[in-house]
Design a protein around this ligand. Structure first.
Ligand SMILES: Nc1ncnc2c1ncn2[C@@H]1O[C@H](COP(=O)(O)OP(=O)(O)O)[C@@H](O)[C@H]1O
Ligand SMILES: NC(=O)OP(=O)(O)O
Length: 315
C-alpha cells in the first residue's frame, strides 16, 4: 500500500467523555473506540499514525480518588496520576485498535508508550494554575473545596466550576525518538497522553516528576515537530473552525495561513481554554517546520485528508 506519511492525531477529551451521565470506564471505552474506528480508516488508507490524547477529566478523577482514600492508603502525586491515565487510556485505545484491525483484516499492531515531557522548573505556570481537571461542580461546592482543601477553582467556559492545576509549556518529549522508531517499524503508537507526564531535569540531568498537567495540544504539537510529522491533526467536536463562532454571522473556515490565524486570534475569534490552544499548537508546529495542520472531528478525518472538509492551516 502507498505510504501517505506520518500523522500525529490529537484526540480531544470530549471523545472520551460525552457528558456527565456517561463517564464510566465502559462509556469511555465505547467513546474512545468510536474515535479509533475513524482513525483506523485513515490508517487503512496508508497513513502512519501517532495518536495522542487529553486526560483532563481522568487525571482529576484519579487524584480525587486518591484524596478520598487518604485515611486508608497513600496519596498519589499528580505526575503519577497522569501516568495512570496514560496507562488506562492507552489500554483502551490499543485494545479498540486491535479489535478494529481484526474486524478489517488489517495486518497492523498498536502500542502505547508511557511518555514523559520535560518542562522548565521556572515556568511561571507553576505559580498560576490554569488547567481545569476532573469533574464539573456547582459554585457552592467549588468554593467549599477551595476553602477546605486548598483547591484553586475557576468557572470553566460557562460549563460549571472546576479545579485548576499548573500547566507548564512542554519543552521536550523524552520518548520522541522511541515513538519515531516504532512508527518507522510499522506500529501505530498511542503516546504523549495528557500532553505527557510533566518532569523537570535536575542539575545532573536526571528526570524528576512535577505536579502539573500539560496541555495535550501543546504536547502533541511538540511531538509532531520532534518526529518530523507530515501533518498535525487535532480531532475535536467541530468539523471546522469558525470565525464569529456561535454568532449569527458565523463563517466556517476551509483554510487559513499562519498569518491569517494570528490576525483572527488577535481579533478574539478563538475561545480561551478551547479553540485558542489548538490554533496556537498548530501555529507552533508550522513555525517549527511543519507543512500542514488540520482541525476537524473524528467522523470527518478521512474526508478532510482528501481535502473535502476540515480547517487546514498552512505556513
Ligand atoms: N472559533 C471556533 N470555532 C470552532 N469551535 C470553537 C471556536 N471557539 C471555540 N470553539 C469550541 O472549542 C471546542 C473544542 O475545544 P475543547 O472542547 O476544549 O476540545 P477537546 O476537548 O476536543 O480538546 C469546540 O467543540 C467548540 O465548541
Ligand atoms: N491534558 C489535557 O490537555 O487534557 P484535556 O484535553 O482532556 O483537557
Amino acid at each position: 500500500m502507498e505510504r501517505k506519511g506520518v500523522a500525529v492525531v490529537a484526540v480531544g477529551g470530549n471523545s472520551l467523555i460525552k457528558d456527565a451521565q456517561h463517564q464510566t470506564v465502559k462509556d469511555q471505552y465505547e467513546a474512545g473506540a468510536e474515535s479509533m474506528h475513524h482513525i483506523a480508516g485513515m490508517i487503512a488508507e496508508g497513513w502512519d499514525v501517532v495518536i495522542t490524547h487529553g486526560n483532563g477529566p481522568q487525571v482529576g478523577f484519579v487524584l480525587r480518588r486518591s484524596e478520598l482514600a487518604r485515611h486508608e492508603l497513600h496519596e498519589v502525586p499528580l505526575d503519577v496520576c497522569g501516568a495512570d491515565t496514560q496507562g488506562a487510556i492507552g489500554y483502551m485505545f490499543t485494545q479498540a485498535l486491535y479489535n478494529e484491525f481484526l474486524r478489517r483484516g488489517m495486518n497492523k499492531k498498536a502500542v502505547a508508550v508511557v511518555t514523559q515531557t520535560v518542562v522548565d522548573r521556572n515556568d511561571p505556570a507553576f505559580k498560576n494554575p490554569t488547567k481545569p481537571i476532573g469533574s464539573f461542580m456547582d459554585e457552592k461546592t467549588a468554593k467549599e473545596r477551595a476553602e477546605k482543601e486548598g483547591w484553586v477553582v475557576v468557572e470553566d467556559a460557562g460549563r460549571g466550576w472546576r479545579r485548576v492545576v499548573p500547566s507548564p509549556i512542554p519543552v521536550e518529549i523524552v520518548e520522541a525518538p522511541a515513538i519515531r522508531t516504532l512508527i518507522d517499524a510499522g506500529f501505530v503508537v498511542v503516546g504523549v497522553g495528557g500532553g505527557g507526564i510533566p518532569v523537570v531535569r535536575t542539575e545532573t540531568g536526571e528526570l524528576v516528576g512535577v505536579e502539573a498537567v500539560i496541555d495535550k495540544d501543546f504536547g502533541s504539537s511538540l511531538l509532531a515537530t520532534m518526529i518530523k510529522a507530515d501533518v498535525f491533526i487535532i480531532s475535536t467536536a467541530v468539523e471546522k473552525v469558525a470565525l464569529n463562532y456561535n454568532k449569527p454571522n458565523q463563517v466556517w473556515l476551509d483554510k487559513m495561513t499562519v498569518a491569517e490565524a494570528k490576525a483572527y486570534m488577535a481579533e478574539g475569534h478563538f475561545a480561551k481554554g478551547s479553540m485558542l490552544p489548538k490554533i496556537q499548537a498548530c501555529i507552533r508546529f508550522l513555525e517549527s517546520g511543519g507543512k500542514a495542520a488540520l482541525i476537524t472531528n473524528p467522523e470527518n478525518l478521512t474526508r478532510a485528508l482528501h481535502g473535502e472538509t476540515g480547517t487546514w492551516i498552512v505556513p
